[in-house]
Design a protein around this ligand. Sequence first.
Ligand code: DGY
Length: 425
Amino acid sequence: MNNMAAIETLNIDERNRQAAEILRTNDRGGYNIPTAGLYPYQWNWDSAFAAWGWSEIDISRAWRELETLFKGQWSTGMVPHIIFHEVDEGYFPGPDVWGTHKTPQTSGITQPPVAATIARKIYEKAPQAGRASVEQLFKPMMDWHRWFIEQRGESGAIAITHPWESGRDNALDWEAAAQSIDISNVGDYTRRDTSHVNPEMRPRKIDYDRYLALVYLGRDVGWDESKIRELSPFRVADVGMTFILLRACRDLAWLAGEIGESRVEIDGWIAHLEAGCAQLWNEELGCYDSMDLKTGKLSGTKSVASFLCWYAGVDPKSTKTSLERVLELAPFSLPSLDPASSRFDPKRYWLGPTWPVVNSIVGLGLAEQGEAELAERLRKDTFEMILQTGFYEYFNPMTAAGEGGNNFTWTAAVWLAWVTKGPAS
Ligand code: DGY
């Protein structure tokens, strides 16, 4: 081994140790917070990725993470985006603002359903050890997916009723749709996120005003989905949510086979979603896109979620050309927004930074669909960024500088479960 290779191996060992340490430090007893300070509760999709990371260290702890997540499930089937197990004043808006009156306390909206996909990944690592957990989680996962189809699937694609549901809060995909949100009743409030992280790396005040206006709207109608559909100005078919649910349905159908359950209903959802995806194809843009369901208009945004088509197993048409063009413009890794966009900002959350967690699922999809070279490129780029810089929430795709929160659970998790494993992991 030459000197450089020896130093690299040393660094990898150190990063492996740190990643495991981050999972342990962010463990609050059966669930992980994303990072102390900025995100002090259990977040839905963060938690599923945490489970993937845990499965590299402790399989039973991995299953416990998913089981704890589903303890927050509503009787409607919805799995909330935040579960407020223990109140922490460092986060706003807390449970009192959401006013959902659930036990445990939760927010009133959901987040991308990666759980079934992660459950399959964990199960595949140790089928015997996982069988009982899959049997226990199967019905809750079915109920959640059915809720998506029934409450949010009217267009075929999956609608979000709040930008936070997408997990890509300030993505350009819904900028036009969000302009119709009335913020006149929002009043004064104190953000907490900008006391933890540089404000340049977070959504703007106007974005937060809109986020809060939608929380108040939901709360005022008791989080009743049909009333929200009727009264809210914001309803967007999110390409990311749609692809992630479609993929999760395929994995849930596979798990059904493993435990001897029927997949007939799930196959119906898969067909429904596949037809819905077709409507999101934006020929001019050369990729799938999000659609404002109030106007029927595609957003015209090439965001990282467009590149989840491989992960969803949807015909990527000419999306490969789009992906290659976007990668050419960002030296360090896949940006969350096309750098050619006039709104591209390499620091601001989902308007440009590259996110290891999203790279992991885009990369998985590419590898599965025979795009080995692109998949490997994504994995290696992500590897280098984390190796050199550490476990940040996201990174600047032009400089590889770490951004957002540090010691981040899902970055540590995907380092352990994907980045260091190889393209097909
Ligand atoms: C936040 O508070 O920034 C979150 O993204 C909401 O889920």
